[in-house]
Design a binder for this molecule. Structure first.
Ligand code: NI
Length: 138
């Protein structure tokens, strides 16, 4: 962790009051911790926009009875083996599967992989959790 630096922030009373409510709602131990999190969230958003190295999770829900769909999802992941760190498969019920694919790599490639997977016919839901490698967030 880099050296801590203190600095002051000027903002309106109303805005500060709303911020303090947010700090309490989200269970932060201090304003500083909440503020650090907001900064990190903005920096991670930029990493994804700028196409840097990112980490994240692609989550898919689909019907496992469609064998063509299951094979297609596996093919796409094999083609992107450099991005896929691990895959977890959960049998939700008799018909539905949840797949969580941990990914790491260039943001654009990760997005493309997520788009390729969720656009396969039969995928009921596909989301992407845009996280970070954590390297530049200390
Ligand atoms: Ni399953």
């Amino acid at each position: 962790m880099s050296k801590l630096v203190r600095f002051g922030i000027s903002l309106g009373e109303d805005l500060l009051s709303r911020f303090d409510k947010l700090v309490a709602q989200r269970k932060y131990s201090s304003r500083s911790e909440a503020f650090r999190d907001l900064i990190r969230a903005a920096l991670v958003e930029e990493e994804w926009k700028e196409g840097g190295e990112v980490a994240g999770a692609i989550t898919l829900v689909y019907d496992h009875h469609r064998k063509d769909l299951v094979n297609r999802l596996a093919d796409i992941q094999h083609d992107a083996h450099g991005l896929v760190v691990s895959t977890q498969h959960i049998h939700l019920d008799h018909d539905h599967c949840l797949e969580i694919i941990a990914v790491r790599g260039r943001a654009q490639r990760v997005r493309l992989l997520a788009d390729s997977l969720r656009s396969v016919k039969g995928v009921l839901q596909g989301t992407i959790s845009m996280a970070s490698t954590g390297k530049k967030l200390d």
